[in-house]
Structure formats: structure tokens, C-alpha cells
Design a protein around this ligand. Sequence first.
Ligand code: SAM
Length: 346
Amino acid sequence: MKELIDRLRDRQTLTKEQWIQLIRGRTPELSAYVFEEARKIRHLHYGHEVYVRGLIEFTNYCKNDCYYCGIRKSNTRAKRYRLSRQEIIECCEMGYELGFRTFVLQGGEDGFFDDDKMAEIIQTIRAGFADCAITLSIGEKSYESYRRFYEAGANRYLLRHETYNADHYGKLHPPGLLAADRQQCLWDLKEIGYQVGTGFMVGSPYQTEENLAEDMLFLKKLNPQMVGIGPFIPHHDTAFAKEPAGSKELTLFMLGLIRLMLPKVLLPATTALGTIDTKGREEGILAGANVVMPNLSPTSVRKDYSLYDNKICTGDEAAECRMCLANRMKSIGYEVVTDRGDSLNV
Ligand code: SAM
């Protein structure tokens, strides 16, 4: 099995069968080896720096009904909110003071924020924060909409493919939401010129090792600038409330493998990873990740952006989150930096 890891490190590619074999055959010893090799590559390209992105969760209204997600439209118990344009700008102002040079606007697919409103918000941020990257994470849109946002000043887009396999995708989403449509969005975003981030949940219901192998092959083919993966965590108001969460162990293993496959990719240690284990994000960095995404949303709405249960950092002020993460990174020998943190994977 070690030969497969060496092969991946040296050639950055494996066949589907090899991926399955490696994922199935993982052991603590092999994981330790993956992490060690992943760290070497990460240090080669990104040193001991950790990039931060300020996450602004600006709406939890959503027209979609993804079975795993706490803000799905049929969750009538979700307390819905929207931030005003002014509130969004205030988040950016505070973030800028705290050293953030990337703002991530994330939200449900909320029709209230139509293309005109989004373009206006993007233009306002672009005008006020010329040296910052603007990242959008607002779901599936038309080519035209994506282009409009890009022209308004957005640079990056996060859209997890969730799972590559169409059958598996169909078990996680209602009819009408299709894996192929989501994947097409990613190709569109790339073509327009965005730095693109995609990714998947680890341990989502019905996921097999074969599905994960297909996810890896898709990542290789798309060659995105960022890859966000995190464990699936059940939300009590969804159909998957009783499903087990994805494991930290497999999430870390996959992070390490992604670093070996896409050496220069930006790889966040996600909030979900920090939720299933208090040291999850530190371990993510030590497995090859190089980005953290503290929350800049106002504390008054934090707990309402509830995608899964027990989400961390819902009570902390932005400054506290930033400080806490800087200390956590320092404790393992890494340094949070004030930088746009563009991907070297171009
Ligand atoms: N609406 C946008 C979209 O579709 O990309 C952005 C918001 S969406 C809630 C952000 C991500 O949250 C999804 O891509 C999904 O992977 C993750 N997510 C949702 N529910 C989750 C859960 N129960 N456990 C872990 N991650 C979850």
C-alpha cells in the first residue's frame, strides 16, 4: 500500500481501482505516512503559512431541499435571516481591520438576492476593498449570472460538487437537483476565469469507497484552485438526523491524499472538521491543509446558519475567532498571515 502512496506523490495520479484499494486499505501507520509526505509538499509550496478567509454567511434562506442540510427549504424550524448590504459591508470593514484579505460571501440559494442585488454588493465591496479577493458561495447559477458577478469584481467561487456519482447524488438530493448540472457549473466558472473551489462531504449517507474514488478522479480532472472537504454531520431537523457523522480519521486521510494529488491546491481545514473534534482543524493542517475560514458574520445570526448540529464558534466575535485560530495554528508551529492567499495551482 505504501507503494501506492509513493506513486501518488510522484505521479499525482492513481486509477479508480488504486484509489479504492488505498482508501479501503488505510491504517494508522499509512495515514501517518500520507500526512508526513503531504506536509513536505505543503511546506515546499506554502511554507508554514496559513491563509485565512473571512466567512460572511449573509442569508440562510434557500430554495433547495438537500436532504443533509439544516437550512433546506422544508426545515420550517430554521429561523431565517438575511443581512442587509450595509451589514455585509460592515462585516468586511471589521474583517479588513482584523487582517482578512479574502471575503467569502456564502448563503443559501436565496431569490431575494437576485443578480442585480448581488452585482451591486460585489461592486461595493470591490470599490471599498481593492486589495481583497471576493469569493462567492451561493450555489448553482446560470453562465450569464456567473459572468455578471465576475465582471462586477468577484474573483473566486466555492461550489462543492458534494459527490461525483449521479446515483449517490440522487440519494442526497431531491429530484431536480442533478450531479451533472452542478458539475457543469464548475466548468462554467472555470471558463469564465474564476479561481474555483469544489469538494465533498466525507461520510455522507450511502457513500462508498468507490464514490470517494470517483470524487478524487473528478478533482484531478477539474483541477480546481481550492478543495473544501469536511465530514458530514447530521442535523436534527433533517431526514438524516439519525445517520452517523463522517469520521475525522477518514477526513484527514482524504485531505492528505488531496495534497499529494494536487500539490499546490488551497486546502481548508474546515469548521465541520473542527466540530467533530476540538483539535480537528489543527490536525487538518498537519495532514496537509493550508487554509482556515473563521466566521465574520454578526454574532446575532451565527447560530441560525445551522447546516449541522453543534457547529463551533457560533457565539464568538469575529476578533475572538481570528485570535483563537491564530493561537491554535501557532500551537502547532504554523502562522496565520494577512494575505490574499491566491492559489498557486493555476
Ligand atoms: N448554497 C451554497 C451551495 O450550494 O454551495 C452554499 C451553502 S451550502 C450550505 C455549503 C456547504 O455546506 C455545502 O456544499 C455542503 O457540503 C455543506 N453542508 C451542508 N449540510 C451539511 C452537513 N449536514 N454536514 C456537513 N456539511 C454540510
